[in-house]
Design a protein around this ligand. Structure first.
Ligand SMILES: *Cc1c(COP(=O)(O)O)cnc(C)c1O
Length: 388
């Protein structure tokens, strides 16, 4: 098979790529030359700025979004014997942290339109052992926060929002993170705001922040004559000033990043046009321009049997375009099958997990790039009608 002409003349377009400006690179250099490269003044400054952004709520930074979520569960008092209800369509971290604190993950199926956890099924999965809920704002689109927090209040449950993908998202005008219970963000390389690796947690009050700070660094607390004690088995989860310098540079641009991603998403919808879904059998994401930050632009492929997605991704790669999939259903991984989960339990998640594809979406992308992606998708799904 000969590669299409476009692959020969255009550079490869990845599905995601971080944008780090020269000012940020210089700021990292300053940290490296300063003699203080671990947690210090930059981390403090970053946490202050984040706290102001989230309406003055306490914010702590961490070395990953996974650490952030695990410590959120510990702060919420979740442990052995507790159940936590979550979605099977997420990165494995969402469920793995529940196991890490000794609790039991309980999955509920997703809603096929938003692809987030279905809140009716979430409520149906609550038992007397349920202690907390972990909704995921997939692709940056928030779950219905009014309904979520009404359910949590009705059953007296803690909420740890997996807002890893939702920095810059809003719920009816309010920033995700500026309200609610414990809200966890990731700053991993592909996220809208990155520190290379990292995360932050928005908490309710100074007491929770002090507890999270102890879990973050070996359980160390200031007390006694020598000013140090350890009173719980904390770990090593702190962010360095090198990471925080990247975060400060990224944070300064976050509104422009969100606006550009929204414009790219609008262009995707305009170029696919009203007839795309019926002509291709594929499904576009919800055209919600009020709430999400467009972390990912995902389509659901028409089901053409086993290998549908692999064939599509390969055909896109032949056209010089990278794609990804987010995510394979967690309950079908062997770790979770061994705990009693099996095929057929969450049919919507299983279908979406098999057929979802992430198209390119990142800050340095142009409208021309969007047009190139749309032309490639249409040539595969509509004109050729063979994904393999
Ligand atoms: C990125 C991500 C995480 C984990 O964050 P890390 O920083 O990679 O540990 C968790 N949940 C979701 C939905 C994510 O996208």
């Amino acid at each position: 098979m000969s590669a299409p002409l476009s692959a020969a003349v255009l550079p490869f377009l990845p599905f995601s790529r971080p944008t780090i400006d020269e000012g940020t690179i210089a700021a990292v250099g300053d940290v490296l030359r300063s003699g203080w490269i671990s947690s210090g003044p930059r981390v403090h400054d970053f946490e202050q700025q984040l706290s102001a952004y989230f309406g003055g709520r306490p914010v702590l930074t961490f070395n990953s979004g996974t650490s952030t979520m695990e410590i959120a569960l510990r702060v919420a008092g979740v442990g052995a014997g507790d159940e936590v209800v979550t979605t099977p369509i997420s990165w494995p971290a969402t469920a793995n942290v529940i196991l890490a604190v000794g609790a039991t993950p309980v999955f509920a199926d997703i809603d096929p339109a938003a692809r987030n956890i279905d809140l009716d099924q979430l409520e149906a999965a609550i038992t007397p052992r349920t202690r907390a809920l972990i909704p995921v704002h997939l692709a940056g689109l928030p779950v219905d926060m009014d309904r979520l927090y009404a359910i949590a209040a009705r059953h007296r449950l803690r909420v740890v929002e997996d807002a890893a993908q939702a920095f810059g998202s809003r719920w009816h005008g309010r920033r995700v993170g500026a309200f609610g219970d414990l809200v966890s963000f990731s700053f991993q390389a592909n996220k809208n705001l990155t520190t290379g690796e990292g995360g932050c947690l928005v908490l309710n009050d100074a007491g929770e922040a002090a507890l999270a700070a102890k879990y973050r660094l070996q359980g160390v607390t200031r007390s006694g004559v020598d000013g140090i004690d350890v009173d719980l088995p904390g770990g090593k989860h702190n962010m360095s000033d090198i990471m925080a310098a990247i975060g400060l540079g990224q944070f300064a641009n976050i509104d422009a990043v969100t606006a550009h991603r929204r414009a790219l998403a609008r262009h995707y919808f305009a170029r696919f046009g009203a007839g795309f879904e019926s002509a291709s059998g594929a499904r576009l994401p919800l055209a919600d321009f009020e709430h999400g930050n467009w972390h990912l632009f995902q389509i659901i492929l028409p089901d053409r049997g086993p290998g549908t997605r692999a064939g599509f991704m390969e055909a896109m790669a032949c056209r010089g375009i990278g794609t990804g999939f987010h995510y394979a259903p967690i309950h079908l991984f062997s770790l979770y099958r061994a705990r009693g989960y099996a095929e057929g339990m969450f049919p919507v998640a299983e279908r979406v997990g098999r057929l979802t594809v992430t198209l390119p979406m990142f800050h340095a992308m142009t409208f021309d790039d969007v047009e190139r992606v749309v032309a490639a998708v249409e040539s595969i799904l509509i004109h050729a009608r063979v994904p393999r």
